[in-house]
Design a protein around this ligand. Sequence first.
Ligand SMILES: Nc1ncnc2c1ncn2[C@@H]1O[C@H](COP(=O)(O)OP(=O)(O)OP(=O)(O)O)[C@@H](O)[C@H]1O
Ligand SMILES: [Mg+2]
Length: 273
Amino acid sequence: MADDYKPPALPAPFTNTRPAPELLTQGAEAHLYKTVSLDPSIPAALKIRPFKPYRHPILDRRLTRQRIIQEARCLAKLVREGVSVPGVLALDWEGQGGDEGGWGGAWLMMEWIDGPVVRVVLEKWEAWMKKNASSLDSAQLQHEEARVKDLLRRIGKTLGALHKAGVVHGDLTTSNLMLRTPPQVSDCGPTGVSMEGEIVLIDFGLASQSMQDEDRAVDLYVLERAIGSTHPRSEPLMEEMVHGYRESHRGATSTLKRLEDVRMRGRKRSMIG
Ligand SMILES: Nc1ncnc2c1ncn2[C@@H]1O[C@H](COP(=O)(O)OP(=O)(O)OP(=O)(O)O)[C@@H](O)[C@H]1O
Ligand SMILES: [Mg+2]
């Protein structure tokens, strides 16, 4: 992040938090901070959707409020259903303070997930393999392949649990999947990249409630495309994800059938356009 970037002032009460919340990422819509919860020894993630000066204030307020409430509602429901997502600690959909004097934007404070996003895990692994795979013997190669496949299978399983709970994510990328680092990592392989830990789904700003095969299949397809575009030889990996998904719930079979259609439509579209 550029050193000279100055994020908008934090909404109350975070202007009083010591140490001050630390800005981690700044997307188009949201700023993500690491901070602490009411108990200062417990870390928390703070997602702020700041005021957008270029949008009509009433519309801006309504849209922002809608997205933050939607996200919190999904997270709360998914926690209840036992799906692996960060728990909600607090939220304010009419955040006070900030640059504009009145409204500073809405915020959501949630459980801090200690660990990398899957995108980083795969990128690191991929980079190491690209450089050094030739130095591995066949048993080591097999072991590395098995580790990645296992990761993909667990991702499929977690997505199955999500869909089973009646929610589609709406923005599945490897940046919206985290890997919670376990207290003890036992296997980093020769690559030094751990793939152990629980998959945690984040970023539910575009999620919705749906039990439709079409919506579920599109969710899977979007992730498939995201992985395919960054990861060479991704087909066997997708197969593992599908395996994990299939094992996760009864409705999976018809969703996966629909996934075939969605893929076909995608292929046709890319042939024409
Ligand atoms: N609960 C959490 N614990 C730890 N890190 C988190 C947590 N939530 C988000 N992050 C980190 O912050 C990044 C951005 O969060 P998130 O994906 O929710 O926001 P975004 O993509 O900017 O939002 P949106 O797409 O809804 O505008 C994540 O990729 C992850 O690295
Ligand atoms: Mg995101």
